[in-house]
Design a protein around this ligand. Structure first.
Ligand code: ADP
Length: 633
């Protein structure tokens, strides 16, 4: 089945190819851009919420550890004020003699041991150390002038002296808590407790906690990472640096600024810090980021800062970003695949629709053609019916014509029949009259001879009437005929005319059985022989040949005469009805037409030949009743 190609709904090339090309060119970079964008958003969101969660958790940690630091510091705050209650201390301050000093030294030594502080010492109002717990040590403070220390200057003014610094004697860092010792509302001296806070640092390190404590100057005084210790959190002005150097608070430390690679303030007390990698913490990375949460420590101007590493969080955020990007790529791929599949299905559907449409059209056309064919079939059937009717009419007309031909022949023959019958009748009248007389005379032999002649005459008359009757009878197409009998019957009918002509007859045929009604064959032969006789009327030596032979299962009888022949003009019209050259009532022009028609009705035919030697020959071909008979003829 062929489909009309125009039925497929193909988009015009200008419309179909261009967007496809654009899509193919721009889709991959777009997808990659979106992957990167969404991956970054995924990373950012994950980091943001991760930091928020870390920050919430860090708040609690910060609180916990800040309180630990606070309690570590505050547990010594009461200690210097305790010395106010000690009478030996007051005595020493009032009278600093060796005995009093030794007494206080011993007392302070014992107190220091019990309180696990680093050192406890008492200064007079000038800042000189009068007694100290470490009086036995070589680097004892005894006799040292520490009036330059800020904690002394505060305490001597009646303010609490809080101070973190590095010892000017032995360079050991410590937390100094000073208290102005009062007597009668007057400050008579200063008591100082030096505490070491390194235990905190060790605790942090053991707990793998990253934290530091910065003092009022922004200097890191305690740090889990020793590298950060004594680093400035913020830039120090030259004046501050000079002041700090002069106070020897940090001994001779350079107080470099702790410079993070990146610093991002997230909210109050929380910032993101990125430091160069510390080999101790991370070996692989070049830098390390922390969430730094800071909280002031109560009773001190210090701040406690907790550092939470963001490495894991960052790794998780990176993973999250990659996951989002990959998920997007997967979704994009699925969408593209789905879209392609959808297009393929749509194309298939369109093709199927087009095919269906083409099919429908084809079926419509077939139905139209079938209708046309049916109509033309009906017309053909009607024509066949009409033809059959026409054939029937023609056959009937033919029969009528045969009958008419017979009647015409009877009319033609009636004169000669009358003549034929009148002669025997006249002879009969004469013979019967004579016979009566011969009987009266007793001439019985003669009478008997006459009666015999009369019988013969009657027989002849009977034959004449019989042939006339048989000629006039309407025959049918069936039956068999003997050629010999038919020729004899024809000569019988034409007897009188034959008698009037000195004709030489050549009989050269077999008496075969032919598939034709006997009477009809006789009619044909009467016509043919009759015409020959007519043509030979003027011939002084008339000759008639009747020659027969078998050709292709048919018997061909050739009836030839040496008459006047047929002129070329007349030859064209020989078999046309009512064509005759005979004058007056002698010719009807039906003989050949009827003969040809009768021969054709049995499956045979009648043809004419014009022999070069003159005369005419009619060839009658008729089917043999049994094909094997008379093979030789
Ligand atoms: P009809 O004998 O009544 O004229 P036919 O059909 O038998 O009608 O013959 C038609 C014509 O054919 C005749 O008039 C005659 O001119 C011509 N014809 C037929 N047979 C012969 C023949 N044997 N020789 C010459 N002419 C013939």
């Amino acid at each position: 089945m062929k489909c009309d190609p125009t039925l497929y709904r193909a988009a015009p090339p200008s419309l179909a190819v261009k967007p496809r090309l654009i899509r193919q060119l721009f889709l991959p970079p777009l997808i990659i851009l979106l992957m990167i964008g969404l991956g970054y958003i995924g990373f950012w969101t994950s980091e943001y919420y991760g930091i928020r969660a870390l920050s919430e958790n860090g708040e609690r940690q910060l609180e916990l550890h800040a309180r630990t630091v606070e309690s570590e510091i505050s547990k010594y705050t009461y200690l210097p004020s305790l010395l106010e209650l000690e009478s030996s201390v007051s005595r020493l301050l009032a009278d600093p003699n060796p005995e009093h000093r030794q007494k206080v030294n011993d007392y302070l030594e014992g107190l220091n041991r019990r309180s696990r502080s680093r050192a406890i010492y008492v200064m007079d109002t000038t800042g000189r150390v009068l007694a100290t717990s470490n009086w036995r040590d070589v680097d004892s403070y005894l006799g040292e002038d520490l009036s330059f220390r800020a904690y002394f200057q505060n305490a001597v003014r009646g303010q609490p002296g809080r101070f973190y610094g590095i010892g000017s004697t032995n360079g050991e860092p410590g937390y100094y808590l000073a208290h102005g010792l009062e007597e009668h509302g007057k400050i008579i001296g200063v008591a100082v407790v030096k505490v070491r806070l390194e235990a905190l640092e060790e605790r942090w390190q053991r707990a793998r906690l990253e934290a530091f404590v910065s003092d009022e100057n922004g200097i890191i005084i305690l740090s889990s990472d020793p590298a950060r210790r004594l680093k400035a959190l913020r830039p120090l002005s030259e004046d501050t640096k000079e002041r700090l150097a002069r106070s020897l608070q940090y001994y001779w430390a350079t107080l470099n600024e702790l410079q993070p690679l990146a610093r991002e303030q997230l909210n109050e007390g929380t910032e993101k810090l990125t430091f160069p990698a510390n080999s101790e913490v991370v070996a692989d990375d070049k830098e390390v980021s922390y969430l730094a949460q800071t909280r002031p420590l109560s009773d001190t101007p210090w701040n406690f800062t907790l550092l939470t590493p963001l490495k894991d969080l960052r790794q998780a955020a990176v993973n999250q970003g990659i996951l989002v990007a990959v998920a997007f790529a997967l979704v994009a791929f699925l969408l593209i695949a789905w879209n392609e599949r959808r297009k393929v299905i749509a194309t298939r559907l369109a093709a199927r629709e087009a095919l269906q449409e083409a099919n429908n059209q084809l079926e419509r056309r077939i139905a139209e053609r079938t209708t046309d064919l049916r109509a033309s079939n009906e017309r053909l059937k009607a024509q066949i019916r009409e033809r059959r009717q026409a054939e029937e009419t023609l056959r009937r007309a033919q029969d009528e014509l045969v009958q008419a031909g017979k009647l015409a022949a009877i009319g033609q023959m009636s004169t000669s029949i009358a003549h034929e019958l009148n002669q025997p009748l006249a002879a009969l009248r004469t013979l019967s009259g004579n016979t009566v007389r011969f009987l009266e005379r007793g001439a019985l032999d003669t009478a008997s001879a006459n009666l015999k002649t009369i019988n013969e005459l009657i027989d002849r008359m009977g034959r004449i009437t019989a042939s006339l009757r048989s000629f006039a009878r309407r025959g049918d197409d069936q039956g068999e005929a003997s050629l010999g009998k038919a020729v004899d019957a024809a000569f019988q009918v034409l007897g009188s005319r034959l008698d009037s002509l000195p004709i030489t007859l050549h009989r050269d045929f077999a008496s075969v059985q032919l598939l034709i009604d006997q009477t009809r064959l006789e009619q044909i032969l009467v016509n043919l022989i009759g015409n020959a006789l007519d043509a030979m009327q003027a011939q002084p030596a008339p000759q008639l040949w009747l020659e027969g032979k078998t050709v292709d299962g048919k018997y061909r009888l050739r009836v030839r005469d040496n008459g006047h022949g047929i002129d070329p003009e007349a030859r064209k019209h020989l078999f046309e009805p009512f064509f005759t050259t005979k004058p007056g009532e002698l010719g009807l022009g039906l003989g050949l037409t009827l003969s040809a028609s009768l021969a054709a009705a049995t499956g045979g035919n009648l043809a004419v030949e014009h022999p070069t030697g003159g005369g005419t020959a009619f060839v009658l071909s008729l089917p043999l009743a049994s094909p094997h008979q008379a093979e030789s003829k």
